[in-house]
Design a binder for this molecule. Structure first.
Ligand code: ZN
Length: 301
């Protein structure tokens, strides 16, 4: 049973809403791609769990926890009555090697050791679970979900599951009887209630309203769309979107990027780069929000 939906990381949301509206440096583009790949890997593993496990279990998708002032992240927590699995999921592809404690690309450049990260999460989770009174054993694992990932020199005792080992891992998990009881449910409720929405370490590009490009961006290809009566049309890929869907999608971006700004017909008209009559914006806002009058103007909320 799934006990918490996976949320899109905040970092990824910023990039998704800013992409196309501003210039991203190569470093920022790399950060964006890495965040996207990481999230896709986590979702792939969620799907794998949902499609392959046949015994009683509880699943928590993504936890950001704090213990004694230290923040730590758990990509996936899988609870059986006989074991708790802590998974950190990696979506690296290509050839890597290990040299002692250090992890490298084949080219030689060093990467941050995923193992150290896992050990830290494991250490803090154990302390937290002990505090919560859980005695179920915990096993930490790195899951390399991408089928084209190779890690040379990896010692067999490392807590790693490669994608080519998932099938055997499934058999192992399904071969042991598991019965979820109320105490496991309580543990999961406690952990989910301790989950923090976002890390103070999240980084995203600096932006300001004036310099961001205004308009409606195609979800399929990232090109700015043009309006045509009650539709928005992408000249690059042919994608069409109803006026309401396009405006609402852009209101979501606007309120995310500018949480303190008021939603008014004028601001959304400008943000979406509408050329024609403002009534098409007003119609969508009045349909989807409550209207508040405020002196001469009015806003939606
Ligand atoms: Zn398009």
């Amino acid at each position: 049973m799934n006990r918490k939906e996976r949320q899109e990381p905040l970092e990824l949301k910023y990039f998704r809403f800013l992409e196309g509206r501003m210039h991203l440096s190569p470093e920022e583009k790399r950060q964006y791609t890495n965040a996207q790949k990481g999230f896709e890997g986590e979702i792939t593993f969620d799907r794998w769990i949902e499609q392959n496990l046949s015994t009683d279990h509880l699943l928590i998708k993504g936890l950001l926890l704090e213990h004694k002032g230290e923040l730590f992240q758990i990509d996936t927590l899988l609870i059986f009555s006989w074991q708790i699995y802590l998974f950190n999921v990696k979506n690296h592809a290509g050839d890597y090697y290990i040299n002692g404690e250090k992890w490298h690309f084949m080219s030689g450049a060093e990467i941050k050791s995923p193992l150290l990260q896992l050990q830290r999460s494991d250490f803090l989770l154990r302390q937290l679970l002990r505090k919560l009174g859980t005695t179920t054993p915990i096993e930490p694992s790195l899951v390399f979900i991408h089928p084209e990932f190779i890690l040379y020199n990896a010692p067999p005792q490392f807590p790693i599951i490669f994608s080519s080992q998932l099938n055997r891992f499934k058999k192992k998990l399904n071969s042991k009887p598991s019965k979820i009881e109320r105490k496991h449910e309580i543990l999961v409720e406690r952990l989910v209630s301790l989950h923090l929405d976002h890390s103070p370490h999240t980084r995203w590009p600096d932006y300001d309203y004036q310099t961001l490009k205004k308009g409606v961006i195609c979800v399929t290809c990232g090109t700015f769309m043009s309006e045509k009566e009650r539709k928005w049309i992408c000249s690059s890929c042919g994608n069409q979107e109803s006026n309401e869907a396009a405006i609402m999608r852009n209101v979501e971006a606007f309120t995310f990027l500018f949480p303190n700004a008021k939603i008014t017909t004028n601001t959304i008209y400008e943000w979406c780069g509408v050329k024609g009559s403002a009534s098409k914006v007003k119609r969508v806002l009045s349909k989807n929000f409550r209207r508040f009058s405020h002196g001469k103007g009015s806003y939606y909320g």
